[in-house]
Write a protein that binds this ligand. Structure first.
Ligand code: ADP
Ligand code: MG
Length: 632
């Protein structure tokens, strides 16, 4: 028979601490939220050894009376919530009354606090959640809290801590996030005695963004729009300044930093057809909604929220950002204008439909999601020389937009869907189902390279077919296969002048932790002051100009946890290197280079998609052209 006992408060706190206090950065997040809730206008954060041994937060907020200071460390003790009704409209950052209890249970704490007008303040010393000493002290108004020896009594948790560099980097990221969330508060951050961030606290978001993102934000576009009682403000990057990762996407809902796939997809939808697959816009966006329109109590760390109307939130962000981008004079070209009413297609040009026989030779583009690509490439590895039939078995039906006015000869492909799975965005244009097959290139018929279009597409003629080869996508795939075939270390070039690369603190830490992997990929890095790395050596195929970008992508790959299986990681990293090293659309290439690419594509069956799943080659048959010219 089980013998059930109720856990002691200390054990209960230790368990709860696992949810709220994961690492120094989460402690800092909670303490900064408390300072902001206390109405502070100035907050100083100081850490040593990544925050593991010493972490101090000082604020000039309302402080606590002696009895409040004692109660604050009890579980479910809060001044921010009185009744169940309050929970429906939370106006403060905290409300669960858990943070101080949780932090206290896994550290040693010193607290000094004084309320406005009080003659003296209170000092408390706690160990493992128990008050050991209490005294009346003279101190300034506000609160100072020092956390020492985090996780000293939970060795299991301690084992999960990374190096001080990594943990310190995460703390820095947490501070930056709060600085962007509260431009009205002046934040100062000192790491091992050095000041690394200082925001003016003048209330302007732009100033805070400048302090955090640096000079790069000068070119960002401001957003300010209202939508059904919702208000969206902030800054977004121009499409041309897209980044290789989502690291610089920051969202706040009612001043609370949140992670939300819905918000990410609403943002990125505004950039659709303006941005390369694999590139991501940077943003700092504040969404303000009536408290009743959002539930913040769905996650212990309060980083996830639930929206009453996801559709309204999506539209607010999507159209808000789109409007801001459209106001930009230098918006990159071009998109085919859709006709609002569906134009009935003449019978001869009946759109390719799902019911069409797959045997029918129709023009197509093929796009794959990252997931589909993985399945596909796995299939390719199993049989080194896939037959066209086997390959087409993996072909999937993909929704594509077809422009009825252009008939079937021009199909505008949707960019491969990003990995975000969120409620489907609104789809104003008519969408058709297109059955796709994998391109088969008959090998024996002679072919010739006709030339190049727009410095981007190689035109090849073979029998009664013309092929357009995307030279970047094709070259990327060729390099990828080459790198993959070469299982040992990637050959590298030493740089005469090392390149300094400034990255986010977490990215810097992650890369420094993974020097061995980087070395295998041909990168040699060195720590070079705050958040900056020095690139001393880069892969042979990569140009120095692209190296910094590639490094950032690698960091983001590593950060997003792509380390499960070492060969998957390697593949992801090889994608990155191949993509950066490949010739680019718009470049002038000489005929020999283009011919080499065309030759590879025309002769090798494995070169059908770029490593991101975009098609390498599309076809246009003589018949189709004749139809266009009404010759048949
Ligand atoms: P919560 O923030 O969810 O209320 P916490 O455990 O973080 O729970 O804090 C408990 C209480 O301690 C808060 O409700 C607040 O009254 C008080 N408190 C914590 N930090 C501060 C601070 N820096 N200044 C003033 N009061 C504070
Ligand atoms: Mg709190």
């Amino acid at each position: 028979m089980p013998k059930i006992i109720q856990l002691s408060p200390h054990i209960a706190n230790l368990i709860a601490a696992g949810e709220v206090v994961e690492r120094p950065a989460s402690v800092v997040k909670e303490l900064l939220e408390n300072a902001v809730d206390a109405g502070a206008s100035k907050v100083t954060i100081e850490i040593r050894d990544g925050g593991m041994t010493f972490l101090r937060v000082t604020d000039n907020g309302c402080g606590m009376a002696p009895e409040d200071a004692r109660t604050a460390f009890l579980r479910h003790a809060t001044s921010k919530l009185r009744s169940a009704e309050d929970l429906a409209a939370i106006g403060t950052m905290g409300f669960r009354g858990e943070a101080l209890a949780a932090i206290a249970s896994v550290s040693r704490i010193d607290l000094m606090t004084k309320t406005a007008g009080a003659i003296s303040g209170t000092s408390l010393h706690l160990e493992a959640g128990q008050i050991q000493e209490e005294a009346e002290v003279g101190c300034p108004e506000g609160t100072t809290i020092i956390i020492r020896d985090l996780f000293y009594n939970t060795p299991a948790r301690m084992k999960f801590m990374k190096s001080d560099t990594v943990e310190g980097g995460r703390v820095a990221a947490a501070v930056q996030l709060q600085a962007l969330a509260h431009p009205e508060v002046a934040f100062q951050f000192l790491r091992d005695g050095k000041q690394v961030l200082s925001t003016p606290g003048n209330g302007g978001l732009q100033a805070a963004v400048y302090c955090v993102y640096g000079r790069d934000c000068a070119r960002m576009v401001s957003v300010d729009s209202r939508w059904e009682g919702y208000h969206l403000t902030g800054y977004v990057a121009k499409p041309t300044d897209a980044r290789p990762s989502r690291n610089l996407q920051t969202f706040f809902v009612n001043n609370r930093p949140v992670k939300s796939k819905l918000l990410v997809s609403a943002l990125e939808e505004a950039y659709r057809n303006q941005i390369m697959v694999g590139k991501f816009p940077a943003c700092v966006l504040h969404l303000t909604l009536p408290a009743g329109a959002v539930d913040v109590n769905v996650h212990p760390a309060k980083t996830e929220v639930k929206f009453l109307s996801e559709k309204a939130v999506f539209d607010c962000v999507h159209y808000g950002v789109l409007g801001a981008l459209n106001k930009q004079p230098d918006r990159p070209q071009i998109q085919f204008q859709k006709k609002p009413e569906a134009v009935p297609a003449p019978p001869s040009a009946a759109p390719v439909s799902a019911s069409a026989s797959p045997a029918r030779k129709e023009p197509f583009f093929r796009t794959m999601t990252a997931e589909q690509y993985k399945t596909f490439s796995a299939a390719m590895q199993d049989s080194p020389k896939p037959t066209p039939a086997a390959a087409s078995a993996t072909a999937v039906k993909i929704r594509q937009e077809a422009d009825p006015s252009l008939k079937e000869s021009v199909i505008v492909p949707r960019p491969a869907q990003s990995v975000v799975s969120a409620p489907l965005p609104p789809m104003p244009e008519p969408v058709e189902e297109v059955e796709q097959t994998v391109l088969e290139m008959p090998k024996d018929i002679p072919w010739r390279m006709v030339g190049e279009l727009y410095n981007s597409y190689i035109l090849v003629e073979q029998g009664d077919d013309a092929f357009l080869i995307d030279k970047h996508a094709a070259h990327e795939r060729i390099l990828f296969e080459k790198l993959k075939a070469n299982q040992e270390k990637i050959s590298a070039q030493s740089l005469l002048t090392p390149i300094p690369v400034r990255l986010s603190p977490s990215a810097t830490g992650e890369l420094l932790e993974n020097q061995e992997t980087l070395d295998e990929l041909g990168f040699e890095i060195e720590e070079f002051g705050e958040n900056t790395l020095l690139l001393r050596q880069i892969p042979m195929d990569l140009s120095p100009e692209d190296a910094a970008d590639a490094l950032e992508t690698l960091a983001s790959d590593l950060l997003s946890g792509r380390r499960e299986r070492s060969d998957t990681v390697r593949d992801e990293l090889l994608h990155t290197v191949a993509c950066k090293a490949a010739i680019k659309a718009g470049w002038k290439n000489d005929e020999a280079e283009l011919l080499a690419v065309a030759k590879a594509v025309m002769s090798r069956e494995d070169l059908k998609y770029c490593p991101h799943g975009r098609p390498i080659c599309v076809t246009l048959s003589k018949k189709q052209l004749e139809k266009q010219f009404k010759r048949t």
